[in-house]
Design a protein around this ligand. Structure first.
Ligand SMILES: NC(=O)c1ccc[n+]([C@@H]2O[C@H](COP(=O)([O-])OP(=O)(O)OC[C@H]3O[C@@H](n4cnc5c(N)ncnc54)[C@H](OP(=O)(O)O)[C@@H]3O)[C@@H](O)[C@H]2O)c1
Length: 216
């Protein structure tokens, strides 16, 4: 993998659309796909020539890094459906394992001490490398805090594979953020909703690297 690895964003809702928009602002080409090809085509039209809309299977085949910006339960469905195409790829998992609760808020849908990152890693297609990233900020902050000055805002990430750290960090930079690694995937819970390094957890805000380092 190199810093010019091809990126695909699958799922073009609040988070996927924002991630794709940020890549375009960062001058990084992006392949986009969703359940309906038409949705991807409409977004590609908005984003301009650096964006290419295609079907999900094609997007996965044509990219080296796949951002699965879909709900937690859908991630493992996509692992099953596209298990062959995903082999050996870098998979970015921004998912938070939550669902609406009866009080108008959100509740965790997996065990208190479990993380989406570790559960998804246990179902990973052969040779694929999972990275927990792009899920530490809400969609509004992801859109508003990109390319912040004078100091960039942070996106935390976790992965077990140190050989892809520089590729992941470049990806995060091209999205307009500073990458800060929290550790292996066993640290994912810290960067998922309710975690101590999440905007909707103990951290409670967008931070710069200087602040982020004090919290690690
Ligand atoms: N929203 C946030 O602030 C935020 C922040 C951090 C992390 N996240 C995480 O990011 C993920 C996405 O959240 P979101 O808010 O962006 O959700 P969303 O707005 O509901 O978007 C989900 C997208 O996934 C698409 N999709 C569903 N099944 C698919 C499939 N089988 N193949 C391809 N695309 C599929 C949906 O397409 P349709 O429109 O056709 O259903 C929709 O465009 C979740 O795991 C969430 O926890 C969200």
């Amino acid at each position: 993998m190199t810093t010019t690895s091809k990126v695909a964003v699958i799922g073009l809702g609040n988070i996927g659309k924002t991630i794709a928009q940020n890549f375009i602002k960062g001058n990084r080409p992006v392949i986009i796909a969703s359940r309906k090809l038409e949705d991807a085509k409409v977004l590609a039209q908005e984003l301009g020539t650096l964006a290419t809309a295609t079907e999900t299977d094609n997007a996965i085949k044509n990219a080296d890094i796949i951002v699965l910006s879909v709900w937690f339960n859908t991630i493992q469905e996509l692992f099953e459906q596209y298990g062959t195409e995903l082999q050996g790829e870098i998979i970015i998992d921004p998912s938070n394992p939550i669902a609406p609760d009866e009080n108008g808020g959100f509740k965790k849908i997996i065990g208190e001490k479990e993380s989406a990152g570790q559960l998804n890693a246990s179902k990973l297609p052969k040779g694929a490398k999972l990275v927990k990233a792009f899920g530490t900020l809400g969609a509004a902050s992801l859109a508003n805090a990109t390319n912040q000055t004078p100091a960039k805002s942070v996106l935390f990430y976790a992965t077990d594979d140190t050989t892809i750290d520089s590729t992941v960090e470049q990806l995060i930079q091209d999205n307009g953020f500073e990458a800060v690694k929290v550790g292996d995937l066993d640290q994912s819970i810290r960067i998922e909703v309710f975690g101590d390094l999440h905007e909707f957890g103990a951290l409670g805000k967008v931070v710069t690297r200087t602040e982020a380092i004090t919290k690690l």
